[in-house]
Write a protein of this length. Structure first.
Length: 132
């Protein structure tokens, strides 16, 4: 007869003090990165069109200045894009939460209209809420 014992390693229960917790990326940071990449791609396409229209490479200094301005613009716009994406994600989250709440309330009210006991309970709860 064989006996099986479950052995669990120490790392499953206790984390060593030298290990840092895993940092998760917030959705707004991912959205900011996506916005940065899209702006970068648009600037890259414009820069490619400008470079193609020039002659055979005698404007290297202008090309370098163009790329410096592109990277400088991206560095300056990173924080505002992150703020905008965070604000838009927060607005979207509140709108979705409000929509879900209103749908739940509408479903509860529809159910209460068909069940007189539930309608009485809702009216009693509303009266108690107004008394407070």
């Amino acid at each position: 007869m064989s006996n099986f014992m479950l052995f669990q390693t120490v790392s499953q229960h206790v984390r060593a003090p030298s290990q840092r917790p895993i940092r998760r990326i917030a959705p707004s940071q991912g959205l900011a990165g996506l916005l940065s990449a899209s702006v970068f791609a648009a600037l890259l396409a414009v820069a490619d069109q400008v470079i193609d229209s020039w002659a055979d490479g005698h404007m290297l200094l202008a090309w370098v200045m163009l790329w410096l301005s592109i990277f400088g613009g991206l560095a300056l716009l990173t924080r505002p894009m992150r703020r905008a994406s965070t604000a838009s994600a927060l607005w979207l989250q509140t709108r979705v939460t409000a929509l879900v709440q209103s749908r739940r309330e509408a479903a509860l009210w529809d159910l209460a209209l068909h069940d007189p006991r539930m309608l009485q309970e809702l009216r009693a709860a509303k009266a108690r809420n107004q008394d407070i």
